[in-house]
Design a protein around this ligand. Structure first.
Ligand code: KG4
Ligand code: ZN
Length: 342
């Protein structure tokens, strides 16, 4: 086993086809092709369209990643791939490609849990990052606060009881007639608005480290309907801004509180919602005020990418945690599952 293996990582769980190459913790390339523009026409990700787009893109994306890294197939020590969670057909495109490559090159296959990839993105940001740390994970499918004790072991301190934060952004975007994906659209609209529309308290000051977004969603739908029915003018910008504050402030508050309670000095974050500029600024100031070190992956590494899959693959490689070529795609896997054999 090599200390600094060269790993090709492939990601195709949703609407991004991505490939990256790392040598140890050094990222050599990071390529991505998104079908989000096509999906926007349908107001969300259509699984069949996503699978076809992956099929069209995967060969080229992998070649580009190898070329940009200046690495030949013969130099690869392992091939890693997201095997779940995600859309079955989409996952199968990346998984089949990775299995074929691993078999042809006679090198190990590493199956990566997508969510653990989001968590590992922070390792690429700061090479010296070591557990313990508290992580805010906020994506389209998950919202949770995690306490990482060792590279392979973490505790879930709390999570959403209903919708994920990203899902809430996507649903509210639809209410405001904004296209998919909702997060960046709401962020842009919110910049032009004010935080003046009253919002529910959600689980502020209660529910431990849990979150709930369904009440916030219903509140906004009711607000928009009532105002429209009464013929009262309302501002889309103000609704976007007030929603963004309500949805994100609670994430910041509970993350900082969890780091304080755990007595660990480092906070990390990951997942598409962490690409939000307002969240990044408020988490940075809250951590600075609390004397906590914050390791924030770049915006590109928060939304789906293969570099984060490579970062998690390195952890699995060092633990000699390889997958059989019979590995199947798993549309949903528990957040804390680390090894494909668990
Ligand atoms: O991590 P990700 O790319 O895919 C999943 O694993 O789910 O997260 C996608 C989610 C979407 O719900 C999207 O609306 C949200 O992240 N998102 C954002 C922003 N960029 C992406 N939410 C808020 N603000 C953003 N700038
Ligand atoms: Zn993701």
């Amino acid at each position: 086993m090599k200390v600094d293996p060269v790993i090709l990582a492939i990601e195709s769980s949703c609407d991004e086809t991505a490939a990256a190459v790392i040598r140890g913790r050094m990222l050599l390339s990071d390529e991505i092709v998104s079908s989000a523009e096509i999906q926007a026409k349908y107001g969300g990700v259509v699984p069949e369209i996503a699978s076809r787009a992956h099929t069209d893109a995967i060969g080229e994306v992998v070649s580009r990643a190898l070329r940009a890294a200046n690495v030949g197939c013969a130099e690869l020590d392992a091939v890693a791939v997201t095997y779940g969670a995600g859309l079955l057909g989409a996952l199968l495109v990346g998984l089949s490609f990775a299995k074929g490559l691993a078999y042809a090159l006679n090198i190990p296959l590493i199956g990566v849990n997508h969510i653990r990839g989001h968590l590992a993105a922070a390792y690429l940001e700061d090479e010296s990052l070591k557990p313990p740390f508290v992580t805010l994970l906020a994506s389209g499918g998950h919202t949770a606060i995690l306490f990482t004790k060792t590279e392979r072991e973490f505790e879930i301190l709390g999570g959403t009881r209903d919708d994920a934060a990203g899902e809430a952004f996507d649903k509210i975007a639809r209410v405001l007639s904004l296209p998919y994906p909702g997060g960046p659209q709401i962020e842009a609209l919110a910049r032009k608005g004010k935080n003046v529309v009253p919002m529910p308290k959600m689980l502020k000051g209660q529910g431990g480290y849990d979150f709930s977004y369904s009440g916030l969603k219903t509140h906004i739908i009711n607000y928009v309907h009532t105002m429209s029915q009464k013929g009262v003018a309302w501002s889309r910008e103000d609704v976007a801004c007030s929603f963004q504050h309500a949805a994100l402030d609670i994430l910041v508050e509970k993350t900082v509180e969890a780091a304080r309670e755990k007595g660990c000095g480092t906070v990390t974050a990951g997942g598409g919602v962490v690409a939000n500029g307002y969240l990044r600024e408020s988490l940075s100031s809250a951590c600075a005020a609390a004397g906590l070190k914050l390791v924030l992956p770049s915006k590109r590494r928060c939304t789906d990418n293969a570099a984060m899959i490579a970062a998690e693959a390195l952890v699995q490689y060092r633990a000699q945690n390889f997958a059989p070529l019979t590995l199947n795609a798993a549309p949903s896997i528990p957040l804390n599952r680390c090894s494909v054999s668990e």
